[in-house]
Design a protein around this ligand. Structure first.
Ligand code: 5GP
Ligand code: ZN
Length: 113
């Protein structure tokens, strides 16, 4: 989708700090992090909703999100992480290109869903 900011990030038309990339997914640091290391994992193909992402890509997003969460825990000394996906405006989705948040967590964050 031409005007989608996350499609532009995948194409390199908007700069991003890359965390991971393969043929199906792209992961990069969130520009407004809730916590240090907050990362977004997105399908390279444009999908507004998580429900239309093909199974292989959706599985890859989840697997890579979890692996990034484990790596952030280890490297940044966090205790845990959230995997979070907002599907639809009423659920808090602002960027209409589906994305999985990976948010490192510590007990002192005082941040809970
Ligand atoms: P949502 O509320 O849609 O689940 O989350 C969208 C996320 O995308 C937000 O956490 C926001 O900080 C992030 N974001 C929005 N625009 C950009 C951008 O241009 N670059 C990066 N790296 N993150 C962005
Ligand atoms: Zn897009």
């Amino acid at each position: 989708m031409a005007e989608c900011i996350f499609c532009k990030i995948v194409k390199g038309e908007i700069p991003s700090f890359k965390v991971y990339e393969d043929e199906l997914v792209y992961a990069f640091l969130d520009i407004g992090p809730i916590n240090f290391g907050h990362t977004l994992v997105i399908p390279k193909e444009h999908h507004e909703s998580s429900a239309t992402i093909p199974e292989e890509t959706a599985g890859r997003m989840f697997r890579i999100g979890a692996r990034i969460g484990v790596a952030l825990k280890r490297e940044l000394d966090f205790e845990a992480f959230n995997l979070h996906l907002a599907d639809g405006t009423a659920a808090g989705q602002v960027v209409m290109h589906a994305h999985l948040h990976v948010i490192p967590r510590g007990v002192e964050d005082g941040f809970h869903w």
